[in-house]
Design a protein around this ligand. Sequence first.
Ligand SMILES: Nc1ncnc2c1ncn2[C@@H]1O[C@H](COP(=O)(O)OP(=O)(O)OP(=O)(O)O)[C@@H](O)[C@H]1O
Length: 226
Amino acid sequence: MNEPLLRAEDLTYAVDGRTIIDGVSLRIEASERVAVMGPSGSGKSTLFTLLAGLATPAAGRVLLRGEPVGESGRQEISYVFQGYGLVSLLTAAENIEVALRAAGRAPEHARRLAADALDMVGLTPFADHLIEELSGGQQQRTAVALALARRPGLLLADEPTAEQDSGNRDLVLKGLLAETERGAALVIATHDPDVAARCDRTLTLRAGRLAPPETLPETRTEAPAD
Ligand SMILES: Nc1ncnc2c1ncn2[C@@H]1O[C@H](COP(=O)(O)OP(=O)(O)OP(=O)(O)O)[C@@H](O)[C@H]1O
């Protein structure tokens, strides 16, 4: 079988002796759109940190293009954190430019990519506002813009529409889904069935375990045309 973009094998993770992720295995192919659903506390954010290589599993492994996720993951994976992960005393544009320059982009290129990404999520008028001056929803869209601007191979987005009204939710989704058109994979944690319906398939976590696919009749939903 061909090596997928991302492969997780039998991941287990525990905190203070309590198992949070329990034997999770999955494959994500390039261009795939995968929703991860499950009750609050079922382990979605924890699973994402393992997939991104930001936490080390107690057992199991994560492979990105067949290699252990690690330094290559930091280059190739964009992660929209639930808490956004922005610097509050920099502007929206600066947050993105700094990240892109740290990743080796030339200043002018970083500026252009940041402006394009902020435009995509409707934040051009707020590009020069400090993060601490923005609403929660605007901060969340800045975090999405940052993830898009990095042009990742894999986008892990943890409830990226949770703070959005329906218009901005569609804008965020359009931006994230567009990344899959150029070959990136999108894995999106969500409580919103409408968001999941825009994905190719849905994985369901319950108490740290993936529900078996055969019990999920709604797993393969074709994404409607944009
Ligand atoms: N560092 C930690 N220390 C203690 N408990 C933790 C830690 N990280 C996660 N947990 C626990 O692990 C469980 C899963 O948390 P997680 O945030 O992954 O769930 P989630 O499915 O993303 O929830 P939500 O939908 O509310 O965002 C929770 O019970 C949480 O309290």
